[in-house]
Design a binder for this molecule. Structure first.
Ligand code: 5GP
Length: 227
């Protein structure tokens, strides 16, 4: 086992998980980010995946409370009114939003919370939580993107066309993200994403409590030696 693999089995930073991080994952529809998220959740136990509320109808095989909370437009508007959503956006004729309570609870438990959301929502999160990490996932080529959308088999040509149009718009906004990851191989990309997220815990600004402890210990030892 090489060092990198060894590090991957555990968290390769020495810090306590007092508070988790907020991680936003976006990508073109068909970038494979859904499968990537599944892989990440299966491989590591320190992540929690936020489940969004949406007004879109379930696709075949999707389950209430697993992929989404499927709600009516009325209920969605009520959630906005009651400030139950951390962010929300309209995407290709439907509303999507992140329920606030789960995210706050999981971060308080020390979990890194993943929001798999589109670009408008991602920007709202970054504005509200500047310490969040924004990652954009893309397939290697546009040809591959179209092939993946067609293979899904659940969308009409009109929806595919709308999603491509949306992708062209989103491609203009990728600079707002912190990282871009090319998803050319599921296992490799999942590992890469994990390193990338876990490395954020080593940012100095994420470790103020640790820093304070070191500073205090230094002061105490210095004072003791000067007695
Ligand atoms: P889909 O209909 O393919 O499941 O999702 C369409 C888009 O909505 C995807 O880009 C997905 O990441 C995004 N999305 C899912 N949940 C949320 C959410 O809670 N907020 C926002 N802003 N986008 C979301």
């Amino acid at each position: 086992m090489n060092d990198r693999e060894d590090m991957e089995r555990t968290e390769h930073h020495p810090f306590e998980r007092n508070k988790g991080m907020l991680v936003v994952i976006s990508g073109f529809s068909g970038s494979g980010k859904g499968t990537l998220m599944k892989q990440l959740m299966e491989n590591y136990d320190y992540y929690s995946l936020s489940i969004s509320a949406t007004t879109r109808a379930p696709r075949p095989g999707e389950q209430e409370g697993r992929e989404y909370f499927f709600v009516s437009r009325e209920r969605f508007m009520e959630m906005i009114q009651n400030d139950e959503l951390l962010e929300y956006a309209k995407y290709v004729d439907n509303y999507y939003g992140t329920p606030r309570s789960y995210v706050e609870q999981e971060m308080a438990r020390g979990k890194d919370v993943i929001l798999e959301i589109e670009m408008q929502g991602a920007l709202k999160i970054k504005a509200k939580y500047p310490e969040s990490v924004l990652v954009f996932i893309t397939p290697p080529t546009v040809e591959e993107l179209i092939a993946r959308l067609r293979k899904r088999g659940t969308e009409t040509e009109d929806v595919i066309r709308k999603r491509l149009e949306k992708a062209a718009m989103e491609a203009e906004g990728i600079e707002a993200y912190d990282y871009i990851l090319v998803n050319d191989n599921l296992d490799k990309t999942a590992k890469h994403l994990n390193y990338l997220i876990q490395d954020q815990h080593m940012r100095v600004r994420s470790q103020i409590a640790f820093l304070e402890r070191i500073r205090k210990e230094l002061r105490v030892n210095y004072a003791y030696m000067n007695q």
